[in-house]
Design a protein around this ligand. Structure first.
Ligand SMILES: O=C([C@H](O)CO)[C@H](O)[C@H](O)COP(=O)(O)O
Length: 210
């Protein structure tokens, strides 16, 4: 099980400083959608240049032109690129095909998908690397989380690995770890803490203990 740090509400220098604090406890660093919108794919390149040994995920939330967007993110140094589960199958196919050519991975974010199990089965059959259940900021604000959704997709997904994101904190991590995702994605649960390093260390410990 890998720990992914999501950087969303910082600029490039702040993001690099933050990763320096916690790098030994994380496996993947995510350049979050707000950073890509604010700073572009330069942020992905800056992070990969600064931390070549960490996997870098570009959270583009691709909705169309899957092949092209994966190509551009890969050129910037992304190891993993996100594509939305609500997008057309053709978009996901294009993303997967391009990722295969470049030895990169596609993570499908199921945010906004209504019939989760049906779509997870379909997306799994398209050959994606990861399927991620995700409660975004706007539904976190009304008290939702993705913990039960993770159990649902784990029942039906046969090939892809699984991931979970959205409001995960140190006190909810044990429940998430119990459901055995392949990636746990944490943003504010680390970046919003004053002692980021010790929170990341405790999270890594919980994950290692399984
Ligand atoms: O993907 C995300 C969100 O849609 C903003 O882009 C976050 O990276 C993801 O939700 C993880 O962050 P936290 O919810 O703060 O853990």
């Amino acid at each position: 099980m890998k720990l992914q740090l999501a950087l969303d509400l910082v600029n490039i220098p702040e993001g690099i400083a933050l990763v320096k604090e916690v790098q030994e406890y994380i496996d993947i660093v995510e350049i979050g959608t707000p950073i890509v919108i604010n700073e572009g794919l330069h942020a992905v390149k800056a992070m990969k240049d600064a931390f070549p040994d960490l996997e870098v995920l570009a959270d583009l939330k691709v909705m169309d032109a899957g092949g092209y967007e994966v190509m551009k993110a890969s050129e910037a140094g992304a190891d993993i690129v996100t594509v939305l589960g609500v997008s057309e199958d053709e978009t996901i196919r294009g993303a997967v095909e391009e990722a295969r050519k470049r030895n990169r991975k596609v993570l499908v974010d199921m945010i906004g998908v209504k019939d989760l199990e049906t779509r997870a089965r379909e997306v799994d059959a398209l050959g994606v690397d990861y399927i991620c259940v995700h409660t975004g900021y706007d539904l976190q604000a009304v008290g939702q989380n993705s913990f039960e959704d993770l159990r649902s997709i784990k029942r039906v997904v046969k090939h892809a690995k699984t991931a979970v994101a959205g409001g995960i904190k140190l006190d909810s991590l044990a429940e998430v770890v119990n459901a055995e995702p392949d990636i746990v994605i944490v943003g504010g649960g680390i970046t919003g803490e004053s002692d980021k390093r010790s929170v990341a260390r405790e999270m890594k410990q919980l994950i290692r203990q399984g």
